[in-house]
Design a protein around this ligand. Sequence first.
Ligand code: FES
Length: 99
Amino acid sequence: MSSVTLAPSGKSVEVAEGATLLSAILEAMPDFHHECDGNAQCGSCHIYVLEGRKGLTRTTREENQKLDTIVGVGSKSRLACQAKVLGAENIKIEILSFV
Ligand code: FES
């Protein structure tokens, strides 16, 4: 299990190994806007990983291709639907969309 803390709210949820960050966000924020239902197509689940990046699966080519199309992408960017928790580290992410 890993703890995923969401900024700026400070809410924290416990997630099992293999869970996506999107599932963690939805547990804490059921109304979180995500358009393509986790298929790396819409970019609406773009978040920043503030802490615990090594506790996540690596970015795939498909994820990178989508990130390349999003304004505001930086070195901490991930698509929450593609980043899976490895279980060894606690993670802190910043939610960028409140739509
Ligand atoms: S939910 Fe669409 S890219 Fe993640």
